[in-house]
Design a protein around this ligand. Structure first.
Ligand code: G6P
Ligand code: MG
Length: 212
């Protein structure tokens, strides 16, 4: 087999938390009088919480102190966490669960590589923790995507050289992170990408057919 491990992004790949991020950031944008729409939201995919705030602040007439920025990010996260508590195992489709089990049964090691500091909470809500051999998230890294750190650490945790890892992503920051880490990448969905990924998927369920 070409790959020995698959490294999955979480938000937008294994579950759709995007709508919660959108709702929670929308209020922040209103507070700082910045525009916010789907296009701006796309730019927040895969990037850390504080970097996301900086992107929103690009459209704000205000100049905020570091302390004010921290407060805004914290308040956004409180709203986001409240929304996340609605997540149930049904928010990870059966098709996704079956696909993960099939890949693992074929001998592949599976890991999560997410910029989110809420990844542990999300995986618990989805009751999906036992589907993975390792979880590397925003609490374990100092540079978020497009830096390859989260994927390189995840690869290390599943004891696999980068060249034998496949990353599954939905965001351009993730595609760039995979390339910077020397890994192939499958892109799920139709977001615009800066260059062609190794594979393109409309649904995660297509993955076993491509690589097994
Ligand atoms: C994921 C999402 C991003 C989010 C980041 C940090 O990568 O795609 O939109 O900004 O996680 O999430 P957090 O849960 O730590 O605020
Ligand atoms: Mg994502």
């Amino acid at each position: 087999m070409k790959y020995q491990a698959i490294l999955f992004d979480l938000d937008g790949v294994l579950c759709t938390t995007d709508r919660f991020h959108y709702e929670a950031w929308k209020q922040t944008a209103q507070e700082v009088r910045a525009p916010f729409d789907e296009q701006i939201n796309q730019r927040l995919r895969g990037v850390s919480r504080m970097e996301s705030l900086e992107i929103i602040l690009e459209g704000s007439p205000l100049t905020l102190s570091g302390e004010e920025k921290l407060r805004l990010a914290e308040e956004k996260n409180d709203r986001y966490r409240a929304l996340l508590s609605q997540l149930t195992p049904a928010d990870m489709g059966e098709g996704v669960r079956d696909t993960l089990k099939r890949l693992r049964a074929a001998g592949l090691r599976l890991a999560v590589g997410s910029s989110s500091k809420n990844a542990g909470f999300i995986l618990r809500q989805l009751q999906a923790e036992e589907l993975f051999d390792a979880v590397c998230d925003g609490t374990q890294i100092t540079h978020s995507k497009p830096d390859p750190e989260v994927f390189l650490k995840a690869a290390e945790q599943v004891e696999t050289p980068p060249a034998r890892c496949l990353v599954v992503e939905d965001a351009s920051a993730g595609l760039e992170a995979a390339r910077a880490g020397g890994m192939d990448c499958a892109i799920l969905g139709d977001a615009e990408m800066p260059f062609a990924p190794t594979y393109h998927l409309d649904r995660l369920e297509e993955l076993p057919g491509l690589i097994l």
